[in-house]
Design a protein around this ligand. Structure first.
Ligand code: CA
Length: 128
């Protein structure tokens, strides 16, 4: 079962995403801050991280740089309300694998998560 970590401070969106991904047979864990994400990543691995950019405390972009610095190569989809080109370019520069702008359609999110997992799984198999 593929495991997704959802990092989102807005409860409504977090719950909606959780319910939706669980309905697609993903195992979902969620948290409200980048600090919580860093702690969770000390102990658990995921197939995809869905990371909101605008978070209280450490923002998503800083958090992304931190996890890449720690050599955590989990695919990351950045989430933001702003569909700003520079924000997107910065995220890719810092190691994001994909990007989705709020408000997003949950079906688009599902498709992006699944596509990312498809792209990453064969590499893992090949390396082992
Ligand atoms: Ca937010």
């Amino acid at each position: 079962m593929n495991r997704i970590l959802v990092v989102e401070d807005e409860e409504l969106i977090r719950t909606m995403v959780e319910i939706n991904l669980e309905s697609q047979k993903f195992k979902v864990r969620s948290c409200e801050s980048a600090e919580d994400m860093m702690e969770i990543l000390e102990e658990e691995t995921f197939d995809v991280i869905l990371l909101d950019i605008f978070l209280p405390g450490m923002n998503g972009d800083e958090a992304l740089r931190e996890i890449r610095k720690k050599s955590i190569q989990t695919p990351v989809i950045m989430v933001t309300a702003k569909s700003n080109l520079q924000t997107k370019l910065d995220s890719f520069e810092h190691g994001a694998d994909d990007y989705i702008s709020k408000p997003f359609d949950v079906q688009e999110l599902q498709a992006r998560v699944k596509a990312l997992i498809r792209r990453h799984k064969p590499e893992i198999t090949a390396k082992n």
